[in-house]
Ligand binder design. Structure first.
Ligand code: CAA
Length: 379
């Protein structure tokens, strides 16, 4: 087992680290306060190949491996978890799903601009009453011959107000339950497709989260992904990979908070010495470092297994479950180490603590990850 990163992986890690320091850090506090989407920064991420990292270059992607994706996600999320989720959704839920399951025509028309970062995409599965219980889709796609008529509401959609293309999951035949669900590519601006108001969120406030409303939207037949009834299996397969992205985002949030807490503990003095010399602080940092290393190993294992074509449902869920818990625990302790400074915006760790929480909720709550893992181990 080789734990060394390749030259290329180290280069990508460094490029993402430099980009995060130079381009994301300067206004990250303002974007969080004002709920401002990082438009210019996302454009540059597209130019760097960060929005279609694992896609074949013939479809506009960067052709990199999944470990590189984990490395880049961690560096971006350390500084700006909002930019990281834009990147994760576009890479893992949109581009990966299209590359694996879309038709050649769909790949040329939609995947190529998405992977090259000319436009961004969104993945619309969750509904007011179907988040965890994803088979209970109320959005309907009625088969009308050469098109489907889409009606319903989607909730909490990341990139909801900024995407150009949306992968929308809907029920075509309720009698067939999950076998009657389909996935469609829907374009922004189609008649009857309305973007709801932006959510006012606790964390990842620079990302753009909206509800979506579909009122008799005509979706051409050729925009269905895969065979009739493939939509639920499509969504599950895509989410398995997506969990590596969110696990890496959580890892970045944790390691960002840890690095700041370590630096602070080495310089801040109390009781006549730097606070890192007090075991109460040093032990917290030791726990953080250990947990972050374990989380990173889980992310790498999931990434390597994905590239080897293995079933990653279990390891992906483990990586997400554990990394998101580490993100939550680490950021809380980072605030504690900073004391009063940790509670004000200037020191970043309070933002990371707020950002951490969503990693235990989206792309399957921690409870859903435990369902996936326990089903897998009891097979
Ligand atoms: N991988 C592959 N296939 C899977 C799967 C997995 N992890 N889990 C289920 N399936 C397949 C099953 O094999 C079955 O397929 P067949 O009938 O062909 O055999 C089918 O899906 C139905 O399976 P179940 O009967 O097990 O389905 P269920 O109703 O019990 O639900 C669940 C399973 C794991 C709870 C699933 O509903 C789930 O993952 N829910 C969470 C959904 C989720 O992550 N939502 C987040 C929204 S996206 C988001 O957050 C994006 C963002 O903004 C960042």
């Amino acid at each position: 087992m080789d734990f060394n990163l390749s030259e290329e992986q180290l280069m990508i890690q460094q490029a993402a680290r430099d980009f995060a320091q130079n381009e994301l850090l300067p206004e990250v506090i303002e974007r969080d306060r004002e709920q401002k989407f990082p438009t210019e920064q996302v454009k540059k991420m597209g130019e760097m190949g960060l929005l279609g990292m694992m896609v074949d270059p013939k479809y506009g992607g960067a052709g990199m491996d999944s470990v590189s994706y984990v490395l880049a996600m961690e560096e971006i999320a350390k500084i700006d978890a909002s930019a990281a989720v834009v990147m994760s959704v576009n890479n893992s839920l949109v581009c990966a799903g299209l590359e694996k399951y879309a038709s050649e025509e769909q790949k040329v028309k939609y995947l190529t601009p998405l992977a090259s970062g000319q436009v961004i995409g969104a993945f619309a599965l969750s509904e007011p009453e179907a988040g965890s219980d994803a088979t209970s889709q109320k959005t309907t796609a009625e088969d009308k011959g050469d098109y489907y008529l889409l009606n319903g509401v989607k909730n909490w959609i990341t990139n909801g107000g900024t995407a150009s293309y949306y992968i929308v999951i809907a029920q075509t035949d309720p009698e067939k339950k999950h076998k009657g669900i389909n996935a469609f590519i829907v374009e922004r601006g189609w008649e009857g497709f309305e973007i709801g108001p932006k959510e006012d969120k606790l964390g990842i406030r620079g990302s753009d989260t909206h509800s979506l409303l579909f009122n008799n939207v005509k979706v051409p037949k050729e925009n269905r992904i895969g065979e009739d009834g493939f939509g639920f299996n499509f969504a599950m397969a895509v989410l398995n990979g997506g969990r590596i992205g969110i696990a890496s985002q959580a890892l970045g949030i944790a390691s960002g908070a840890y690095e700041m807490a370590l630096k602070y503990a080495k310089t801040r003095k109390a009781f006549k010495t730097e606070i890192i010399n007090h075991q109460a602080i040093a032990f917290k940092l030791a726990d953080m470092a250990t947990q972050i290393t374990a989380a990173r190993m889980l992310c790498f294992k999931a990434a390597v297994d994905k590239d080897a074509g293995k079933d990653i449902s279990e390891i992906g869920a483990m990586a997400k479950l554990y990394s998101s818990q580490v993100a939550m625990d680490t950021t809380i302790e980072a605030v504690q180490i900073h004391g009063g400074y940790g509670y004000v915006k200037e020191y970043h760790v309070e933002r990371l603590m707020r950002d951490a929480k969503i990693t235990q909720i989206y792309e399957g709550t921690s409870e859903i990850q435990k369902i996936v893992i326990s089903r897998s181990i009891s097979k």
